[in-house]
Design a protein around this ligand. Structure first.
Ligand SMILES: *Cc1c(COP(=O)(O)O)cnc(C)c1O
Length: 402
């Protein structure tokens, strides 16, 4: 039967070559996946990755990325989400029901707090903030309604390193409480979030958290050009709860973006080391500058939570923040200093080659802990991959604005 060109263009006989073992995985794109017959259509399962059913449920590209991320974080199962924030909101939506409460550190990633205030509250789900530097504060915030507790190390912007073991010990006294970590800063490299030395709930084999979320947008991407998140677990039942919600919400990721992350992963270890070494150097240099009231970086001995950092970590990533007290530097002067920076670009996020800077007003930023009530400006630096000497020279010239 001779066919029209329109049909031939669609039903062409070409097949990708078997035995083509490239170094990097290819990009497999699909919404539709074709089944050889109706028996296959009825039999194939999307839940256990035993087969491909529909692009939203996974492709060879996304499955490969999920497996590598599970390995990186020391988990067993990973789900990909369109952003790091979507990973946080997926965990909230999958695990919380009307009447429940979620506990969030006061210094957690801001948009995650905002999701609790702006969305969860409308569904009758409560939230409480606790002081991550004080396990007794978590203890006091827990109630019979508590279902989920978030941890984050180090804290967003202010980089306090919490007493992870102490917080876990408190959480584990409450059966049925799920513990989730925002592991973006540690990235699976600074500490093992499933191996923090505190036994998990009965029947589980975690010695740390139950769920780890990771904004792949940061270190795994490494380019400042891809948005993606991951939700990793060690427990099959918990994974399936998350996966059902993930499927119902339709949280797919693009195959080209997944491939971009797969390209970033092999160099992530050395990039993290380079960010870490440069950031420590700059943090030490900042400590010697009279303009700066306080340098926040968990590897510095006098930074909040340094002892907890030292208990779990040797690496410290690429972020350092500096506090300019309002009594010494008006915000306008600090902003002028930020504007005077040349190599540091003003912009959100981190983990890419370009150094970034964002100023935040301290007033109203923290309700608890040592920074609550303090007035001034916190300037967060995300150290990129430029030469640290050049970055220090840039900071030196910009500090003249103060
Ligand atoms: C960036 C970030 C997120 C969110 O990631 P996006 O991909 O930008 O949505 C979540 N948590 C932390 C700690 C982050 O730094």
């Amino acid at each position: 039967m001779s066919q029209d060109k329109l049909t031939q263009l669609i039903h062409h006989p070409y097949r990708a070559p078997a035995g083509f073992e490239a170094v990097q995985p290819g990009v497999h794109k699909a919404s539709t996946v074709i089944f050889e017959n109706t028996a296959a259509l009825h039999k194939r399962q999307w839940k256990d990755k035993s087969g491909y059913t529909y692009g939203l449920h996974g492709t060879p590209t996304t499955f490969t990325l999920e497996e590598r991320l599970a390995t990186l974080e020391g988990g067993r199962q990973t789900l990909l989400t369109p952003s790091g924030l979507a990973a946080i909101t997926l965990v909230d939506m999958a695990l919380l029901r009307t009447g429940d409460e979620v506990l969030i550190p006061d210094n957690a990633y801001g948009p995650g707090k905002d999701f609790a205030r702006g969305e969860l509250a409308h569904w009758g789900i409560g939230h409480r903030f606790y002081d991550p530097m004080d396990p007794a504060s978590l203890q006091a915030a827990l109630s019979e309604r508590s279902r989920l507790v978030w941890l984050e190390a180090a804290g967003s912007v202010t980089l306090e390193f919490p007493d992870l073991s102490g917080l876990l010990q408190v959480a584990r006294q409450h059966p049925g409480l799920v513990v989730a970590m925002d592991n973006t800063w540690g990235a699976g490299l600074a500490f093992d979030t499933f191996e923090l030395g505190v036994p998990g709930p009965e029947g589980s084999d975690t010695r740390g958290v139950d769920v780890s979320i990771h904004a792949l947008t940061k270190y795994p991407s490494g380019g400042g050009d891809v948005l993606m998140g991951a939700v990793t677990t060690r427990n099959e039942a918990l994974h399936h709860r998350l996966k059902l919600t993930h499927m119902r919400l339709g949280l797919g990721v693009g195959a080209n973006d997944a491939e971009a992350i797969l390209r970033g992963l092999p160099s992530m270890g050395v990039r993290y080391q380079a960010h870490d070494a440069a950031t420590r150097r700059i943090a030490q240099w900042l400590q010697g500058r009279p303009e700066v009231s306080q340098v926040l970086h968990p590897a510095l001995a006098d930074s909040p939570g340094h002892a907890h950092w030292a208990q779990h970590c040797t690496a410290a990533g690429g972020l350092v923040s500096m506090v300019f007290d309002a009594s010494r530097h008006a915000p306008e002067r600090v902003h002028a200093m930020v504007d005077a920076l040349r190599l540091f670009k003003i912009g959100y996020s981190w983990g890419g080659p370009v150094s970034l800077v964002v100023p935040y007003e301290l007033k109203g930023m923290r309700q608890m802990g040592a920074l609550a009530g303090r007035e001034g400006t916190v300037v967060r630096l995300a150290i990129g991959l430029e030469s640290p000497d050049d970055l220090i020279a840039d900071l030196t010239q910009a500090f003249s604005q103060l």
